[in-house]
Design a protein around this ligand. Structure first.
Ligand SMILES: [Zn+2]
Length: 421
């Protein structure tokens, strides 16, 4: 537009000086001296064209299009793939040689390399399937099936394997648990036995040793352990007092000591029965039968049963082995429960164990001894056993671990009635 105005001034030549007087606007002057400036100005318009050329850097970029290719070359292998078409084959040679052989036929299966291994194996097996299917697609589908089937088989196999392993592990665990439970049960059983033993010890139940049971002074004689006439041990007896009562000679010392100490304590107990021979016991028993028959009008068999409840049947009395002594108070000589109330009996019951004697048929023990309470019948068992039996408040049967006789046939007395009148 400005150049257009300038052109108008130049068309008026006379006024051109006026134009020079306006030097301040000099930018335009220089362009005026040469009228062709317009042309030149147009040339510079071409400059625009030149300027466009530099702007055409795009154009330069377009010229070396190969440059782009070069830039891409270093970036990626893609460029190499495009230049030599066969290069693709070169890349894949890294895979199996078996795979190469097949590539000559089909490329697609190559691209799915992981499955190919299976594919090649199966294709070698069945050529019929290839020809029958006609193309590689159906073959491929068949292969997929086979692969899936194989995978399925492998999967099932692995599953079965896992189940088997899990089963084995469980079985082992179960066995371990069973073993642990068994060990625990055994431990518990041992504990219970130990506790039971400790309890027994705590109760103070110290019983006779097996070897001790064979000792003569612990010989058990009762209704459940009767003797035949032949079984009765031959006892060397010795007369204990002026009445002529005899005992086993081996207990004489202890018996004498007991009586001496009782008398020293102001007591005066007396013996009313001691050793009885088989004949004596038999006589007592038969005599009792006769008396029952006469007094109660019973038959001999009935009378024998009745007599057996009062007088010990021969073979079942401790008096027959010389270890039993019936002792009563000189102040009260009746054989009944009041006997225990006498001072003489009180002293004997408290002290007899020190000399090896026990009160053999104590109160409330009839179910074990088979004999009613007899606070006069003393039995020698030796000092050790006597102490244990006395302190533990048990019977000879209990001390020996023998079977209780039972109270059903408990006899009233094994004493010699006749001597107590
Ligand atoms: Zn007696």
């Amino acid at each position: 537009m400005e150049s257009g105005r300038g052109t108008e001034y130049r068309k008026r030549p006379g006024e051109s000086i006026q134009h020079r007087r306006r030097p301040s606007e000099g930018g335009e002057r220089r362009r005026r001296p040469s009228e062709g400036t317009e042309y030149r100005r147009r040339q510079p318009e071409g400059t625009e064209y030149r300027r466009r050329q530099p702007e055409g850097t795009e154009y330069r970029r377009r010229q070396p299009e190969g440059t782009e290719h070069r830039r891409r070359q270093p970036d990626g292998t893609e460029h190499r793939r495009r230049q030599p078409d066969g290069t693709e084959y070169r890349r894949r040679p890294s895979e199996d040689t078996g795979y190469r052989r097949e590539t000559s036929e089909n490329r697609k299966p190559r691209r799915r390399a992981p499955e190919d291994v299976l594919y090649t194996q199966r294709s070698e097996k069945s050529t019929e399937h290839r020809s029958g299917s006609g193309g590689y697609k159906p073959r491929y589908r068949g292969n997929i099936r086979r692969v899936r089937q194989r995978n399925l088989r492998v999967g099932i196999f692995l599953l079965v394997l896992l189940v088997g392993i899990a089963g084995a592990v469980n079985a082992i665990k179960a066995k371990q648990q069973e073993a642990a439970a068994q060990a625990y049960a055994e431990q518990q059983a041992k504990k219970e036995i130990q506790e039971a033993e400790e309890k027994e010890e705590d109760n103070g139940l110290k019983l006779a040793d097996e070897s001790e049971k064979d000792q003569w002074y612990l010989k058990l004689v009762n209704a459940k352990n009767p003797m035949t006439q032949e079984d009765v041990p031959e006892v060397a007896t010795e007369t204990i007092d002026a009445n002529g009562y005899q005992v086993d000679a081996r207990i004489m010392g202890d018996l004498e000591d007991m009586f001496a100490d009782a008398q020293a304590a102001g007591r005066n107990p007396v013996i009313c029965s001691a050793f009885r021979s088989w004949d004596t016991q038999e006589y007592l028993y038969q005599n009792k039968i006769q008396r029952v028959m006469a007094e109660e009008g019973l038959s001999q068999e009935e009378a024998a049963v009745e007599a057996g409840t009062v007088v010990a049947v021969p073979g079942t009395s401790e008096h027959q082995i010389g270890l039993a002594v019936d002792i009563v108070s000189s102040e009260y000589m009746n054989l009944d429960e009041k006997q225990m109330e006498t001072e003489d009996q009180q002293w004997l019951m408290e002290n007899s164990w020190k000399y090896g004697f026990i009160l053999r048929y104590p109160l409330n023990k009839s179910d074990i001894t088979g004999i009613i309470f007899e606070p006069w019948h003393y039995r020698y068992v030796g000092k050790e056993a006597a102490k244990e039996i006395y302190e533990q408040d048990i019977t000879l049967e209990e001390y020996l671990g023998a079977e209780p006789v039972g109270s059903s046939q408990a006899i009233e007395s094994d004493s010699e009635e006749e001597t107590l009148e």
